[in-house]
Design a protein around this ligand. Structure first.
Ligand code: HEM
Length: 407
């Protein structure tokens, strides 16, 4: 990563705030020793916002107050177009509902999802989540070492999500391949192809559920009403596509980053083993430090916003992972401190688009931590193997090799 002070600044931006940052493929992630570590460097370079010269140029908003403001200013930061860099005209894309809609249209589209993703509806799945967590952990606990991503954190939330949607567990690998290509491939054509594959696969499920309803989320979506009208196939597809990409990658990676942190902090592990009642609070703090979903916006009009000259058509990345370590809000923000009293983090976003799946994600992460700490001895990063990471619209872990004391 290099500051490009020598180049002519776009929109009269301060050259010191021009940074060559490609969020899919930044060298900074490796040179800093990992994505969470790279976020500290980005935060320190530009506490509120900068202009990235990569990927055709885009704003990166990352101060806590600035990002909350941007998330609320839907008249200036629109969600209707999210591609950075812009996709070619002929790349057929499905607008994701309700993600790609701004107020006032967004509320009616979001409302039926809120009814199924309530804390109590999600908590009804806790036994299923716990049983699966125990099974996956017990499969590897006696080994004393494993790629914990491949064996546990990738499988737990993805299998739960497959069941919730009514997809087929036998197609686990296919779903994961499509989701990871669509979310974090550095090749735009691969991302476009993954979107097409997801549409084909999910479209087929929608047709099947219309013909033969079941007790699952895809059936619920085909039977929903928006503004008093039944959802047609195109709208059902736009909901299901969003859920497909939102549900198949986020929690798996959030869990993996939390486990990586704990693997590097044995004292914290021991404290949570001794005081398991602190695990839900620790989960919030671990999530604050490891937000995995930066999100994209399009600037709708020319405006000088918080001193930055925005122009209609500019793209922006709301970099939640850096906002969550803003020192002005969280002292020693890069440290996980479970004694922090107020953890008003924005790992799940802010404003009207705040994550619909957050209650499910929280339950899954708490259950995983509870069962890991109960069933595995002190764990560490495997000194002989590397933790691999990828950028993209979900910050990801490719492999999480751990070693631990068998109990
Ligand atoms: C730790 C896991 C997760 C994280 C960090 C996360 C993060 C986010 C963020 C930052 C947004 C805001 C998007 C924006 O403003 O453009 C969002 C929206 C959303 N998320 Fe999640 N998410 C997670 C898990 C899930 C899961 C498991 C599901 C579904 C099963 C889900 C479904 C959604 C939906 C439907 C939206 C769109 C809401 C709207 O536009 O109104 N998420 N998520």
């Amino acid at each position: 990563m290099a500051t490009l002070a020598e180049k002519a600044p776009p929109h009269g931006i301060d050259p010191a705030l021009m940074i060559d940052f490609d969020f899919y493929d930044d060298k900074l992630y490796t040179t800093a020793g990992g994505i969470p570590e790279a976020m500290v460097q980005l935060r320190d370079l530009a506490p509120d916002a900068f202009w990235s010269t990569a990927l055709g140029g885009y704003w990166v908003i990352q101060g806590f107050e600035a990002i909350v403001d941007a998330a609320k200013r839907t008249d200036l930061f629109s969600s209707t177009k999210m591609g950075i860099p812009e996709r070619p005209e002929d790349a057929q894309m499905t607008q994701a509902a309700p993600l790609n809609y701004d107020p006032p249209d967004h509320a009616a589209l979001r409302s039926p999802l809120n009814k199924v993703f309530t804390p109590s509806q999600m908590y009804r799945r806790v036994d299923q989540i716990r049983d699966l967590a125990i099974e996956l952990i017990e499969n590897v606990a006696h080994q004393g070492r494993a790629d914990f991503f491949e064996t546990v954190t990738e499988r737990l939330p993805v299998l739960i999500f497959i069941d919730l949607m009514g997809l087929d567990r036998a197609d686990f690998k296919t779903y994961r391949t499509i989701a990871t290509a669509g979310i974090s491939s550095t090749d735009m054509q691969e991302r476009i192809d993954a979107g097409r594959d997801a549409r084909r696969l999910v479209g087929q499920c929608i047709r099947e559920r219309r013909a033969e309803p079941k007790d699952d989320l895809i059936t619920y979506i085909t039977q929903m009403e928006v503004n008093g009208k039944p959802v047609d196939d195109e709208l059902a597809l736009s909901y299901c596509i969003l859920l497909f990409f939102a549900g198949l990658d986020t929690v798996a990676n959030a869990m993996a980053f939390c486990m990586r942190y704990l693997a590097m902090d044995q004292q914290l592990q021991q404290r949570l083993r001794d005081q398991p009642e602190k695990i839900p609070h620790a989960m919030e703090e671990l999530l604050r430090r490891h937000a995995v979903a930066p999100v994209m916006r399009t600037i709708m009009k020319d405006e000088t916003w918080r001193g930055f000259n925005m122009r209609a058509g500019d793209m922006a990345l709301l970099n939640y992972p850096a906002a969550n370590i803003d020192e002005r809000v969280f002292q020693h923000g890069d440290k996980v401190d479970i004694d922090r009293e107020r953890i008003n983090h924005i790992a799940f976003g802010a404003g009207v688009h705040r994550c619909a799946g957050r209650h499910l994600a929280r339950i899954e992460i708490v259950v995983l931590l509870e069962e890991v700490l109960k069933r595995m001895g002190t764990f560490r990063l495997d000194p002989e193997r590397e933790v691999t990471m990828r950028g993209g619209s979900v910050l990801s872990i490719g492999a999480l090799p751990l070693v631990w004391d068998t109990v």
